[in-house]
Design a protein around this ligand. Structure first.
Ligand code: APR
Length: 250
């Protein structure tokens, strides 16, 4: 494994990693970048779909205006995902669920790559691209890459939309509350591959820090969270996270 040049995990972070029992990891689009999933904002660009910025096409307002166009955008992203595989970062985080007594993986991603990488019980703050929900009775329908997505609600016959949190919508009840509980109780919090611009997700590391946790950021770029972290590892998640495997009890 190629150690990214200049990548250095401090003795303190190795010691804390080796000795931790309660660990929370928050991930964003960057953790899937090495699998080929485009990020939304990294590198200074903003994702655009047919001339519409992603935060317009992925909005509750757009659902009112043109639901078929919203589906087209999510169908395109799901098709992209069908040929992509989880990367070393997803697989490493799946291993960590067996390593720590109390491990919590919170993601902003809707791509399902954590689960395909072996992670269980992932807290999906922004929903999943592999589910649809009814616009009126809120029934949810899970479907796989091989299956066609539902065209309408089997229960009440009304329209369905992607079961993701659209701009202008609240987070699914329960998911965020669970994440807050775990963030307030963790000893070590890693923030991996997020621009930390979208709240309330970006508030979780702040809460963890305020509750006494050691906070480490993994990102090739600085974010608004960087100055706030106890340690930043400026590199790609798929290259940096496997380096923790060498962390052993002193
Ligand atoms: N490893 C780690 N981080 C990476 C990598 C990588 N290989 N490649 C890019 N990054 C970083 C970028 O530097 C950037 O800071 O990942 C971050 C991606 O940021 P965004 O595209 O803003 O994604 P995210 O933070 O997940 O966005 C939050 O906003 O668009 C909404 O609902 C959407 O969940 C998303 C939310």
């Amino acid at each position: 494994m190629q150690i990214p040049s200049g990548m250095f995990i401090s003795e303190e972070l190795r010691r804390r990693f080796a000795g931790a029992t309660r660990v929370l990891v928050l991930t964003g689009a960057g953790v899937s970048a090495e699998s080929g999933v485009p990020t939304f904002r990294g590198g200074g660009d903003t994702a655009v779909w047919k001339g519409l910025p992603f935060d317009v096409i992925s909005s509750a307002h757009m659902v009112q205006q043109d639901l078929p166009a919203v589906w087209e955008w999510f169908d395109y992203r799901r098709d992209l995902l069908k040929s992509l595989e989880p990367n070393a970062a997803h697989k490493t985080l799946a291993d960590w669920q067996h390593r720590f007594e109390d491990f919590t993986l919170v993601t902003q991603n809707v791509d399902g790559l954590h689960q395909r990488g072996g992670s269980r019980d992932v807290i999906e703050l922004h929903g999943s691209i592999w589910r649809a929900r009814c616009i009126s009775c809120h029934s949810r329908y899970e479907f796989s890459a091989e299956e066609l997505r539902p065209q309408e609600c089997v229960g009440c016959g009304d329209a369905v939309l992607p079961d993701v949190v659209l701009f202008g919508e609240l987070l699914p009840t329960g998911a965020f509350e669970r994440a807050v509980e775990k963030a307030a109780a963790c000893e070590l919090c890693l923030v991996v591959g997020t621009s930390a611009l979208v709240y309330p997700a970006a508030g979780l590391p702040e809460l963890a820090k305020a509750s006494g946790a050691f906070v480490c950021e993994v990102n090739p770029e600085r974010t608004p969270l960087s100055d706030f972290c106890d340690e930043i590892l400026m590199g790609k998640a798929g290259e940096v996270l496997p380096l923790f495997a060498e962390s052993r009890e002193p």
